[in-house]
Design a protein around this ligand. Structure first.
Ligand SMILES: [Fe+2]
Length: 212
């Protein structure tokens, strides 16, 4: 099948000491993410997606509004989870950001603490399922935004994501039950691999390498 589930960049028990248990990763990656991949592969022919990259499919589906939702729901979620797995690591967390990223965040948010609060609030206030993001806007400035369900800043045209957090309940219910704010604090302070975020800032975003 053209789209594939990329392996996690760490073992399923690697983040257990950082607030994301093995069962969460097994279900979230092996069942939820895999289901989006399977469903997207099932749409390739009927939706004429052959030959397109995942990024192209997400952007085009976003422009189609309600008509694009059946594709966006699966393609967006496939892209979103590819980024999500990459921005966490067993050596993530802390307040020590790579210099260039810290300088940029200080410049565009007034400080790392201000950025973290804005990012957390975006996740807390996303009603229902969705994502919070750190993006590079077309003017080069960093910004925080949020999207519902499977949408992302590529599909909305807002910018290029370099950090994303899943606020669907399947991402945090086993570890934090219904307390999404605690999950977001934990994500920012214990899970984010700031080196990866800095690399994505430097490269201008993530290319999934996936296509139909
Ligand atoms: Fe998810």
């Amino acid at each position: 099948m053209p789209f594939t589930l990329p392996p996690l960049p760490y073992s399923t028990n690697a983040l257990a000491g950082q607030g994301m248990c093995q069962e969460t990763l097994e279900l979230h990656h092996g069942k939820h993410h895999n289901a989006y991949v399977t469903a997207l592969n099932g749409l390739i022919e009927s939706k004429g997606l052959q030959g397109k990259t995942l990024e192209q499919i997400v952007a085009e589906a976003g422009k189609q509004g309600a008509d694009g939702l059946p594709v966006l729901n699966q393609a967006g979620q496939h892209w979103n989870h590819i980024l999500f797995w990459q921005v966490m690591s067993p050596k993530g967390g802390g307040d020590k950001l790579p210099g260039a990223l810290e300088t940029k965040i200080n410049s565009d948010f007034g400080g790392v603490a201000q950025f973290k609060e804005a990012f957390k609030q975006a996740g807390v206030t996303q009603f229902g399922s969705g994502w919070a993001w750190l993006i590079i806007k077309s003017d080069g400035k960093l910004a925080v935004t949020k999207t519902p369900n499977g949408a992302n800043p590529i599909s909305t045209g807002e910018g290029t994501p370099i950090l994303g957090v899943d606020v669907w309940e399947h991402a945090y219910y086993l570890d934090f039950r219904n307390v999404r704010p605690n999950y977001l604090d934990n994500f920012l302070n214990k899970l984010v691999d700031w080196e990866v975020v800095a690399t994505l800032l430097n490269k201008g975003g993530l290319q999934s390498g996936q296509s139909a």
